[in-house]
Design a protein around this ligand. Structure first.
Ligand code: ARG
Length: 566
């Protein structure tokens, strides 16, 4: 809609002999005054050496002739204020309602994007730190797919590093075999092994040796290691299923290992590998790096391959298998240095073609009330499944007395509400931000929350359910609340494009909230089911139906499931 209006304004600037680029129309900063505005006259005043009011008046005169506008006004120091006609809005609504994409255009330049998100380390359960990258990545996958890109989601499991040696060594000392390995056993063994590594030098040495042995595929290590991966992934899948997170591949570091020799060959051929204190490293720093970047360690002095190595090898694998235009990594921002090093090695060696975009979307952390990464009450790391259970229990309390949901359906509804609230609370924050996890606030039916949006959708469901014999049909808009809702709905394409350009699902969350608020206003101001004029009723129902469809589309892109009633 804004592109359409901007094109009209650009033509008006041009007709007046001004630069058409000045004709950019945006949503009004003062919605009580007008729906849209154009600030081009102020921007162009210097360039054109004319007072902005004069420019604005000349352009406004042209715009007033255009049938899209119901009002064109000029305000000092040079604003052009605009309202569109109801016909203009109704036309947009009718197009959106008859379109499978609800009027949101697909991209003209589809790209192939590998999305690497979360990638937890096996041998330990998912914890709350995995929440942000998992759900931001999932949402980006859904958004870019919807916009017409080819997206390949890969869960890059950590299954090649020291934790493997630690856990295998500890399991062996406890006399456990592969058949004994279960989720609960792993959650006991990993903390033991990691604590011993810190205090017991012999054990640490053993864990390091075992890591090398695992990487070199020593059969007894492989039997335990593979079972650790299998059991961990089963548990991951359960948590991810609750969160609505899914992947095309679960390749992991171990899969990349077969590409490590080719990486080392390339680096050797190009004289990029250097021996440093027994380790093989690549220098990646550039003159303009302040402070300089440390070298990337490819092979440690004990012969083990590093996190950097498998990540470079994974780029090689992805280039060969998928020929991507982009690889996006949604991973904690504290890994920024790691990705800088990996991207430099890949680009400097040509393993990543020059035009391959490697992007680290470094997510912030979910914090507790103390502003530090969220912990359990006794200061431990909070498991994701425990958090989800707690939230579900609280959501259950909130809907316990609801007459809208059958008792038998309440447990499932409570889980959906809990997940929606947690995910929306997270996704409404820009990915780079840290935010405070406040379950009480997230679960509230008021404010910018997932519960609020689900609640509004439930109201719409109930209206449409009672009007199932009607034929919704856009005919007219009556009142500003309806116009505001129409504008919010017709902004969807713009909001999605913004989210894609900035790789930021929070724009989708924001748009969903704006629509829900606009709907609430309309719902309180207008008769819908009680409306006696058939045409008005049909038109308002059409507005309900389109709001439902577009809100569900937003939720789908956020990876949030709605509930039928609440
Ligand atoms: N396994 C890593 C961790 O737990 C995250 C992996 C992210 N992806 C990647 N290609 N490095 O911190």
């Amino acid at each position: 809609m804004l592109d359409q209006l901007s094109a009209i304004a650009a033509a008006a600037f041009e007709q007046c002999g001004f630069d058409p680029a000045l004709g950019r129309v945006i949503l009004s900063n003062r919605p009580q005054l007008c729906q849209f505005q154009c600030d081009g006259a102020m921007k162009g005043a210097k360039q054109l050496r004319r007072p902005p009011m004069e420019i604005a008046k000349a352009v406004a005169e042209k715009l007033a002739e255009h049938p899209a506008f119901a009002m064109v006004d000029v305000a000092p120091p040079g604003f052009i204020n605009l309202n569109v006609t109801d016909e203009f809005l109704l036309q947009g609504l009718a197009i959106a309602a008859s379109d499978a994409r609800f009027g949101v255009p697909a991209t003209e330049n589809p790209r192939t994007i590998v999305l690497d998100y979360c990638g937890p380390n096996v041998a330990k359960p998912l914890h709350v730190g995995h929440l942000r990258p998992a759900i931001i990545g999932e949402s980006l996958k859904r958004l870019m797919k919807f916009l017409g890109h080819k997206v390949i989601a890969d869960n890059h499991l950590g299954d090649w590093g020291l934790q493997m040696g630690q856990v295998i060594a500890q399991l062996e000392e406890l006399g456990k075999t592969a058949d004994d390995i279960t989720g609960p056993l792993l959650s006991e063994v990993y903390p033991q092994a990691s604590a011993r590594s810190k205090t017991d030098p012999d054990f640490r040495k053993k864990a390091q040796d075992y890591t090398v042995a695992w990487q070199q595929r020593e059969p007894d290590k492989v039997v335990l290691g593979e079972k650790i991966i299998e059991v961990s992934c089963e548990n991951f899948r359960e948590d991810f299923a609750v969160l609505g997170v899914s992947y095309d591949y679960w390749y992991g570091e171990s899969y990349a290992a077969q590409f490590v020799p080719a990486v080392l060959d390339t680096l050797k051929q190009q004289n990029l590998l250097r021996l440093d204190d027994g380790a093989q490293v690549v220098d990646v720093t550039r003159d303009d790096d302040n402070p300089p970047l440390p070298p990337a360690i490819m092979i440690k002095s004990d012969g083990a391959c590093n996190y950097e190595t498998t990540d470079v090898a994974t780029i090689l694998q992805r280039v060969q298998e998928f020929a991507p235009d982009d690889i996006w990594y949604v991973v904690d921002k504290r890994q920024a240095l790691h990705f800088k090093q990996v991207f430099r090695v890949a680009h400097n060696s040509g393993i990543a073609p020059e035009d391959l975009h490697l992007v680290h979307i470094g997510n912030g952390t979910m914090n507790g009330a103390d502003g530090r990464p969220f912990k359990t009450r006794d200061g431990g790391t909070m498991r994701l499944s425990d958090l989800l259970e707690q939230a579900t229990a609280q959501a259950m309390e909130k809907i316990a007395d609801s007459a809208y949901i059958l008792d038998s359906e309440k447990p499932q509804a409570a889980q959906k509400i809990a997940v929606a609230s947690i995910k929306f609370g997270d996704l409404s924050n820009h990915w780079a931000k840290d935010y405070v996890f406040d379950l009480q606030k997230f679960l509230s039916f008021e404010g910018k929350t997932g519960s609020y949006i689900l609640y509004m959708l439930a109201r719409i469901n109930s209206i449409l359910g009672k009007a199932s014999d009607d034929t919704p049909q856009f005919a007219q808009l009556t009142g500003d609340a309806e116009r505001e809702l129409a504008i919010a709905l017709l902004q969807t394409g713009q909001q999605f494009a913004q989210a894609a350009a900035q790789q930021a699902p929070n724009f989708v969350a924001e748009s969903a909230y704006t629509i829900a608020v606009a709907f609430a206003k309309f719902y309180h101001n207008s008769n819908i089911l009680n409306e006696t004029c058939a045409q008005t009723r049909a038109s308002r129902l059409a507005l309900c139906k389109l709001t439902q469809d577009i809100l569900l589309l937003h939720l789908d892109i956020l990876g949030i499931e709605a509930v039928e009633a609440m």
